[in-house]
Design a protein around this ligand. Structure first.
Ligand code: DPP
Ligand code: ZN
Length: 865
């Protein structure tokens, strides 16, 4: 297809001031009447056509200033409506028919379990009515929703309800949103919904009504989202000085949803997986996800809605910043160190591979075919790292001055990432010219560090380089903040300057630079590098095992402790790949480090659990030149089993010490304990400890919460322990009415290591509870299979690839966005060894030849390029 390019950006020919929508919902179709007040953009060329987007609309009526339009003055090709010879200002009225009941792509207006709902970001609004569907057209919306009053008692849209009425069996409500917004923030809901309603008083004393809507059966699963929303509102007032701006804030839970959630003005629509939470059905990870996503969407009210994006190349303007905000919020609500490690782990295991493969793109891309394909970890998580680096360079006070400037200067406007960086540079009084390259240059920078110590001087040399990425062969040096401490023999950080500071930020701007420090004594210090993961780079430094053990024991930086442990584990697994018989010796060598972590584990069980987690099979594979999933599985498994055996007593003790008596609470403290306990049980399961199977069976059967039940189930099934089959059957019998729990049941089975799982995945695809139209179910089965089961997905027979390719083709007919997203799991193709690469390429070429959607085609073309 033809790409859309950033350099081609032009202002829209016409803007829309006021828009009124009248949406009449029926069983077979929906009629949408739209009235748009259009005016020519002051900077648009005179005489330019008025172009409105509209995909798959059946046009029933069209008038300009109340008069039907002559045939030759307009044309509609199924995607765009072009009006010729229009005056500078005019009113356009259109009437169209759409069919939400048949909309399985879940873009625009659709039906989920009998409820009408919308998803308009990025380009769904054009499937509802004719409109300039681009984020730089900001309009004031009023919306009338009409439907059967018995089946759809709740009728919602953005803003405030201003009028309502009845007409026989039907009723209607009119909503008005006082804030001009781009149409991607439009939302509409009609359904038979229950509601949890509470109040929140802002810092300035305004009372806000908070409503969370869900199906009646889920009403008891809304308390956590409500508490999270209030916490987020208070946090944003305190941290950024930002208050909510309407009198009402609504969230609606929807079962069929392509994304996690959507920040529509005043009316967020959420995937049930990101809003429903109950101890019986939701894991600790689920509770934390709800807290994070509720906050994320709330924070968008300012970073996204009040100040929005000029065009979709600027997507990270709102997403990178808002992820940074939600990460900071979650850190404050739980643990700063633990949250940082979790975020870094995800960045390194998911974003780095994206940045090193065929999908690599800058945080501000230069071109795309389907913007839906660019809701990526690079735009979101790497984008957040760019904001975090600016926060680090400015310090908290000047960063806040920068955000104040940004929100006041651009309130009500659609702007660019450059505008954001301008505010930071201005408020921070620093030159960020070179820093901007982070936005335009793709790829993960490599940072090589080497050092010398002589005559009381420690010299650290840093070299940077960024490998080529598609379309960007040559890279320029970036501005890289490297936070550093030097640890003395006793493990304490040495003073680095006359003021006695023990931590500093080296700002690397050249390809290579050397930094010198006076260090008393005769012993070389141990460098604590890239503290807090101060830049999203791959750090290479030739740490000795002794240095890593030392950092793990003494470094006061949580990220550096964790990174030291990860380096030790990677090294051990790498040696085991060469000599599989050495598991016992490798485990014995790691043992002192693990024992020392376990000895002080109760100080911070959550951190201990992270320190005790071996890198996953996928992450190990990503470090190797040749992917050998079976050998990786065997090597990692042998190490885990040996550690389980050699430390069995300590694992049982840790599990015991981490019991959380009393009712389940999703507090950071209890979550940490459960996480360490399950880590310990995983080692014991790997070791096939003689008591572990019955312990897990009992936990899976009797626990009062989903974290314990599901954790136990996964270990039973993945380690093929006695009782696994029965536990799976019992679990399904117990939870078959809870869709979100069953998603996990599918995922557990799809991730059992080994080629024999392929038959199981095929069986599950044919299971009565599998549904191609429910993205959560598709992700649960197919997503976890392809992303989390390397031994099956990459089976030497090529069968995993064929199965997956068939599924992509099938999915593409139902939901192109999800099909394209799932295709991302194949992006490691260029790194596969010959036979596998050919097998996957052949399977994908076959899908490409049949693919109907531009979404899936763009992904496959990039991967196969
Ligand atoms: N709803 C998605 C998010 O919040 C897209 N904006 O990230
Ligand atoms: Zn977002």
């Amino acid at each position: 297809g033809t790409p859309i390019r950033l350099v081609d950006y032009q202002v829209p020919a016409y803007l829309v001031g006021q828009v009124h929508l009248d949406v009449d919902l029926f069983d077979e179709h929906t009629r949408v009447n739209a009235t748009l007040a259009l005016r020519r953009h002051p900077d648009a060329p005179a005489g330019a056509d008025c172009v409105l987007d509209g995909v798959g609309l059946t046009l029933e009526a069209l008038s300009v200033d109340g008069e039907p339009l002559a045939e030759e003055a307009w044309r509609y090709d199924g995607e765009q409506l072009v009006l010729r010879g229009m005056p500078d200002t005019f009113t356009l009225a259109t009437q169209v028919i759409i069919e939400p009941q048949r909309n399985t792509a879940l873009e625009g207006l659709y039906v989920s379990r009998g409820m009408f709902c919308t998803q308009c970001e990025a380009e769904g609004f054009r499937r509802i009515t004719f409109f300039p569907d681009r984020p730089d057209v900001l309009s004031r919306f009023s919306t009338t929703v009409r439907a059967d009053k018995v089946r759809f008692p709740v009728l919602l849209s953005n803003g405030n309800p201003v009028a309502r009425g009845e007409e026989g069996a039907r009723h209607w409500v009119t909503w008005e949103d006082p804030f001009p917004k781009p149409c991607y923030l439009f939302a509409l809901v009609a359904g038979d919904l229950a509601c949890l309603e509470e109040r929140y008083r802002t810092g300035s004393g305004r009372e806000i009504t908070l409503q969370i809507y869900a199906e009646e059966r889920d009403l008891d699963k809304l308390d956590h989202a409500m508490a999270s929303l209030k916490a987020a509102m208070a946090w944003d007032e305190q941290t950024y000085g930002l208050e909510y701006d309407l009198g009402i804030y609504m969230i609606v839970a929807v079962s069929h949803f392509n994304m996690g959630a959507m920040e529509n003005k005043g009316l967020n629509i959420f995937n049930t997986a990101c809003v429903l939470a109950h101890p019986k059905t939701t894991t600790d990870a689920g509770f934390q996800r709800v807290e994070a996503v509720v906050a994320h969407e709330y924070f968008h009210n300012w970073s996204g809605n009040r100040v929005t994006c000029r065009d979709w190349f600027q997507l990270s303007l709102k997403e990178g910043f808002t992820v940074f905000r939600d990460q900071s919020f979650s850190a404050d609500m739980n643990s700063i160190a633990v949250k940082r490690v979790e975020d870094v782990d995800m960045l390194r295991t998911v974003q780095f591979p994206e940045d090193q493969g065929p999908m690599a793109h800058p945080v501000r891309p230069a071109e795309y075919q389907k913007i839906d394909n660019f809701y990526t970890v690079t735009i979101y998580e790497k984008g957040a790292e760019l904001v975090r680096m600016q926060h680090g360079l400015l310090g908290p006070e000047r960063f806040r001055a920068g955000t104040d400037l940004y929100f006041s200067r651009f309130d009500g406007q659609a702007v660019t990432t450059d505008d954001f960086v301008d505010c930071m540079a201005e408020a921070g009084g620093i030159d960020l010219t070179q820093f901007r390259r982070w936005y335009s240059q793709a790829g993960t920078p490599r940072l090589e560090a080497s050092d010398t110590f002589a005559d009381g001087e420690y010299r650290l040399t840093l070299r940077q380089s960024t490998p080529p990425t598609p379309g960007q062969p040559d890279k320029l040096p970036l501005m890289i903040p490297v936070k550093l401490a030097l640890l003395g023999a006793d493990g304490a950080a040495l003073p680095l300057d006359a003021d006695g500071n023990t931590e500093t930020v080296l700002v690397l701007t050249e390809a290579e630079q050397t930094f010198a420090f006076a260090v008393p004594g005769t012993q070389a210090p141990v460098p604590s590098l890239l503290r807090g993961f101060s830049a999203p780079v791959e750090l290479r430094y030739d740490f000795s095992p002794a240095q890593l053990h030392f950092l793990l024991a003494h470094d006061s930086d949580g990220y550096c402790r964790w990174d030291a442990a990860q380096r030790l584990y990677h090294a051990a697994v790498t040696r085991l790949l060469a000599d599989p018989s050495a598991a016992e010796a490798e485990a014995a060598a790691l043992r002192p480090a693990l024992e020392q972590v376990l000895a002080r584990a109760m100080d911070d069980p959550a951190e201990a659990a992270l320190l005790l987690t071996l890198p996953g099979e996928v992450a190990i594979g990503d470090r190797l030149d040749v992917l050998e999933p079976d050998r990786i599985h065997a090597a990692r498994g042998a190490l885990q089993a040996e550690l389980g055996r050699q430390l069995a007593r300590q694992w049982w003790q840790a599990g015991q010490a981490c019991l959380t008596p009393g009712p389940y609470r999703p507090s950071a403290a209890d979550i940490g304990k459960r996480s360490l306990r399950h880590r310990a049980l995983a080692y014991l399961a790997a070791a096939a400890d003689e008591r572990v199977a019955s312990h897990l069976e009992a936990l899976c059967r009797d626990a009062d919460n989903m974290t314990d039940q599901l954790g136990a189930l996964r270990l039973l099934v993945h380690y093929r322990l006695p009782g696994a089959a029965q536990a799976l059957a019992d679990f399904a019998a117990r939870w078959h009415d809870e869709a979100l729990v069953m998603d996990q049941w599918f995922a557990v089975q799809a991730t059992v290591p080994g080629e024999q799982t392929l038959a199981q995945v095929r069986a599950l695809l044919a299971h009565a509870d599998f549904d191609w139209r429910v993205p959560n179910r598709v992700r649960g089965l197919l997503g976890s299979f392809a992303n989390g089961n390397p031994t099956a997905f990459h089976a030497a027979s090529g069968e995993g690839y064929r199965l997956y390719a068939e599924a992509l083709a099938r999915l593409d007919e139902v939901n192109p966005q999800i099909a394209a997203r799932m295709a991302g799991a194949c992006a490691r193709l260029p790194r596969l060894p010959d036979a596998r690469r050919e097998a996957l390429a052949a399977a994908l070429r076959d899908v490409l030849s049949r693919s109907r959607s531009a979404n899936l085609r763009e992904m496959l073309e990039r991967i196969l390029a």
